[in-house]
Design a protein around this ligand. Sequence first.
Ligand SMILES: NC(=O)c1ccc[n+]([C@@H]2O[C@H](COP(=O)([O-])OP(=O)(O)OC[C@H]3O[C@@H](n4cnc5c(N)ncnc54)[C@H](O)[C@@H]3O)[C@@H](O)[C@H]2O)c1
Ligand SMILES: O=C(O)C[C@H](O)C(=O)O
Length: 349
Amino acid sequence: MAGGEARRPITVTVTGAGGQIGYAALFRIASGAMLGPEQPVALRLLEIPQGVQAAEGAALELVDGAFPLLTSVDIATDAAAGFAGTNIALLVGSRPRTAGMERADLLAANGAIFGPQGRAINDHAADDVRVLVVGNPANTNALIAQRNAPDVPAERFTALTRLDHNRAVGLLAERADAAVADVAGVTIWGNHSTTQYPDLSHATVAGRPALDAVGAEWGRGAYIERVANRGAEIIEVRGGSSVASAANAAIDHVRDWVLGTDASPASGGTTGAWTSAALPSTGHYGIPEGIIASVPVRSAGDAGGEPARWEVVDGLEIDAFSRARIDASVAELVAERDQVEALGLIPSE
Ligand SMILES: NC(=O)c1ccc[n+]([C@@H]2O[C@H](COP(=O)([O-])OP(=O)(O)OC[C@H]3O[C@@H](n4cnc5c(N)ncnc54)[C@H](O)[C@@H]3O)[C@@H](O)[C@H]2O)c1
Ligand SMILES: O=C(O)C[C@H](O)C(=O)O
C-alpha cells in the first residue's frame, strides 16, 4: 500500500482444500476476489491424509500463480494446526452420502468431522474468527460446529445458501429476459435442501414486482421447484455436483460479510440490497432460536473493532403461502437438530 502501513495478512483456512470446490476457490481467494484487492492472505489447507497429495498439488500451482496478495500456503492434517490463528474458516470437506447410507448415518459421519473442527476452532482460532460451512448437510454441519465452540459468538457460524440465492437470481433474470443487475429483493429461506423456499414476494426486476414480471403461477410454482432442485439438475447434466458455482457463492458470502452488502458487486450500486445466508436464529420471523436457517441479510462490512455481523432484514411481510413454505423448511431443520442431539453430536439445551 503506497504511503500507508502494510496490512497484516488475514489467515484463511479451507478444509477439504484438495477437493473440487477447494481447488476452484483457492485461486480466487489468493487473487483478492474474496477479501479485496489490497488485503494480503495467508492460506491454510486442512485435509485428511488421503487428500493431502491433491492439496500439495494445489499449493504448487498457487506458487505458479505468483499472486501478489498471497503471503503463505500451509497444509495441515491436524485440526488444531489447521485452525491456529485462523480469521476465516471455510469448512468445505465433508462426508458425502454413499449408496445405502441413511440420513442419520450421514449426520453421524459428519458429526465426527464438524464436532472436532468446532472444538478446534473454539480452542485455536483467532478471536475474530468467522466460519462458513459449505459441506453438506451444510446447515446442520454448521450447527454441530457452532454448538461445539461455546466460546465463539454463535453468529460467527454460518452456512452457505448463497449458491441457492445466486441460482434464484440467475433463473429469475433469465425468465424475465432481464440483466442480473436488475434483480433485487430475492430471499432464500430455510435449509440448503429441496425444502428451501426461494421467495419472490419482495423481489423486483428493474423496479417492477417480480411476481408481476414473471407471473405468480410460475414464480410460486415451477420456479421454486427449479431452484430447490438445481443441485440435482447440475449433477444430472454435468455428471457431478456443482463446483465452480459453489466456490463462487462461498466467495460471494464471505466478501459481502466482510466488505459489506452495499459495496458488493451484487448490489448493482444500490444501497440497502440484501442477500441470503444461513445464520443461528435469534427468533426472527418465528424461526426457533438456535437452528441455522437461511434468511434475508445485510452486512455493513468491517469498520475496525468488532468484525461485521450479518443483520437480518426485518419487517418483511410474510403471507400465508410464504409462511407455510418457511415453516416446512424450518421443520426439516428442527428434525435434523433433534437427530444430531439424539446422536449426542451437540449438547442438549
Ligand atoms: N452448500 C452448498 O451450496 C454446496 C454446494 C455444492 C457442494 N456442497 C458440498 O460441499 C462438499 C464438498 O464438495 P466437493 O465437490 O469439493 O467434494 P470433494 O469430494 O471433491 O472434496 C471434498 C474434500 O474434503 C476432504 N475431506 C473429507 N473429510 C475431511 C476432513 N475431516 N477434514 C478436511 N478435509 C476433509 C476430502 O479429502 C476431499 O478432498 C460436499 O459436501 C458437497 O455436497 C455444498
Ligand atoms: O445438491 C447437491 O447435492 C450438491 C449441492 O448441495 C448443490 O446444491 O449443488
